[in-house]
Ligand binder design. Structure first.
Ligand SMILES: [Zn+2]
Ligand SMILES: [Zn+2]
Ligand SMILES: [Zn+2]
Length: 167
């Protein structure tokens, strides 16, 4: 019997490893503001012009959404465009995956672009005919390789440790 591979199950996690694990559970600071953001209102600066819905979001400023004409004020910032599908906000996989680990989130192909939903979509009854469901809201997922229906559901995972302020 080989004993070289024996690993002490009680071995302590080295501080270095622990820091790495904490880092993995931390979401970028722009994520919560993005998920809580309201999109597709008229721009308050360009509302008199056509096609000026606020559908852009700046990951560096994390302020309100803004229109494509306001985009010039965010030069060299990380911006993403929000789209709408079935009344829900989606973002293109190509745009968001540069800034966020979107693994395990169900993607959809809409207008020949790969997108994912920002938030959980309330449903009246559990989806039928699905073999896989979102771990958080139980929405049926089209493919078995995914675990979450939206970015919002992945972020609300119980393993996500929010910052706790101690008194
Ligand atoms: Zn504008
Ligand atoms: Zn900006
Ligand atoms: Zn979900």
């Amino acid at each position: 019997m080989a004993i070289e591979d024996y690993e002490n199950p009680n071995r302590e996690i080295k501080p270095k490893n622990r820091r790495f694990m904490e880092g993995e559970n931390q979401w970028p600071i722009w994520l919560k503001p993005l998920l809580n953001q309201h999109f597709f209102a008229q721009c308050k600066f360009h509302g008199h012009l056509p096609r000026t819905e606020c559908k852009m979001y700046c990951l560096d400023c994390t302020n309100d959404s803004f229109c494509s004409l306001c985009l010039s004020e965010h030069e060299n910032h990380r911006t993403i465009q929000i789209r709408i599908s079935s009344y829900h906000n989606v973002t293109k996989v190509d745009e968001i995956q540069k800034y966020l680990d979107i693994s395990s989130i169900q993607t959809y192909v809409i207008n020949s672009s790969k997108v994912l939903f920002l938030n959980e979509r309330p449903q009246s009854k559990p989806g039928k005919g699905f073999t896989n469901a979102c771990m958080v809201c139980y929405r049926g997922l089209a493919e078995n390789c995914f675990r979450f229906c939206s970015i919002g559901c992945k972020v609300h995972l119980p393993t996500y440790t929010p910052i706790i302020f101690t008194r």
